[in-house]
Design a protein around this ligand. Structure first.
Ligand SMILES: [Zn+2]
Length: 122
């Protein structure tokens, strides 16, 4: 296991902090009803329904990532890269506790996306 209990606790509190920040931001920009709406969407997504298209707003998407990470933070697969299965560095998790991939896999995806975007614009 890569992460200690103390590290997990720290990351969990960072996630909670971010969650509250995002909720406040969304409420500020879109009103409280939007927060309720966002949470309904997230619950629907967790129930397996496809609502990703509805989460086009960046704040809402991040809220989804953060609340998903909060659910995973105590599980065995938290802190492991979704692509290569390797450990995600704690320094990276401290900056982005909701990260799903290690730096190598993340930058590989970003390069691929940039190439695709380039191809589309040509
Ligand atoms: Zn990886």
């Amino acid at each position: 296991m890569a992460l200690t209990t103390g590290q997990r606790a720290l990351l969990e509190s960072l996630l909670l902090q971010r969650l509250h920040e995002l909720q406040r931001q969304i409420a500020l920009h879109h009103g409280d009803s939007r927060v309720t709406h966002a949470q309904e969407l997230l619950e629907a997504r967790d129930a397996g329904r496809d609502v990703d298209m509805a989460l086009s707003n960046l704040d809402l998407r991040e809220l989804g990532d953060v609340s998903l990470a909060l659910r995973r933070v105590r599980g065995d697969d938290y802190g492991l890269c979704a692509d290569c299965g390797g450990d995600i560095a704690f320094d990276r998790l401290r900056l982005e506790p909701w990260a799903l991939r290690c730096i190598a896999c993340e930058s590989a995806i970003e390069t691929r996306q940039r190439r695709q975007a380039l191809r589309v614009s040509l």
